[in-house]
Design a protein around this ligand. Structure first.
Ligand code: URA
Length: 218
């Protein structure tokens, strides 16, 4: 990785205040749903992961409610089912943070740590949160594969390495060598829309995780 020095820790504080629109949304959610997590969702998984999966942002009634990436979100069903199948997780995924699911050699994080209204972070929010993405990557020197789910995650990861988006177009299954020696592998996001429209099938998603396995020699 090109040295991107930030003073940010790998995990955002629960009450991160970098993005005013996301802070306002969090306050509203806290009033309406005081029992929910309602904070910046920390990364989940193995602290010595070889595979870092980078999603978009927490869903309001999923990760924002449960406090674990993708957990309780529609997209989490396919993500964790695929990770279990491909040997990157053990246990059972039951859409609850206390389901005992353990990631094996893998970690899951998000390009944006706080829930955005309508699941859509804006460009400045993605840019602000890149401080945490940079720090997360720097804090995981064991990660050889950065698996980005969707174009926003792909582009933000390229920018974390000061690489140009136009020179590294996003596509399902694209692979690029990163300056720090990691491989940027990308997939269509496992969102409800992409899976319902069959833009992304479970087989296509599994192929990407199997490719990660192959690249890792696992
Ligand atoms: N939930 C997450 O935590 N991230 C996503 O990208 C989608 C759902």
């Amino acid at each position: 990785m090109t040295e991107v020095q930030t003073e940010f820790p790998a995990e955002a504080p629960l009450n991160c205040d970098l993005c005013p629109r996301l802070v306002a949304y969090r306050s509203k959610n806290r009033l309406e749903h005081p029992g929910w997590f309602n904070g910046a969702v920390p990364s989940f998984g193995d602290k010595a992961a070889e595979l870092l999966v980078i999603g978009l942002a927490p869903g309001v009634t999923g990760a924002n409610k449960t406090g674990r990436p993708f957990t309780g979100d529609w997209a989490g069903d396919l993500l964790y089912e695929t990770m279990l199948k491909c040997g990157f997780a053990e246990g059972t995924y039951a859409a609850r943070p206390d389901d005992g699911l353990e990631l094996k050699g893998a970690m899951v994080t998000n390009a944006v740590r706080c829930v955005p209204p309508k699941n859509k972070p804006n460009g400045s929010e993605v840019n602000q949160c890149r401080n945490y993405l940079n720090s997360r990557i720097e804090a995981l020197p064991t990660a050889k594969i950065l698996l980005c789910l969707g174009k926003i995650s792909h582009d933000s990861t390229l920018r974390a390495f000061d690489l140009k988006v136009k020179d590294h177009p996003f596509g399902h299954g694209t692979e690029y060598a990163l300056p720090g020696g990691q491989i940027l592998l990308s997939s269509y996001h496992c969102s409800r829309y992409n899976t319902n429209t069959r833009r992304l099938t479970p087989e296509m998603f599994e192929d990407v995780f199997n490719r990660a396995k192959e690249l890792l020699g696992r």
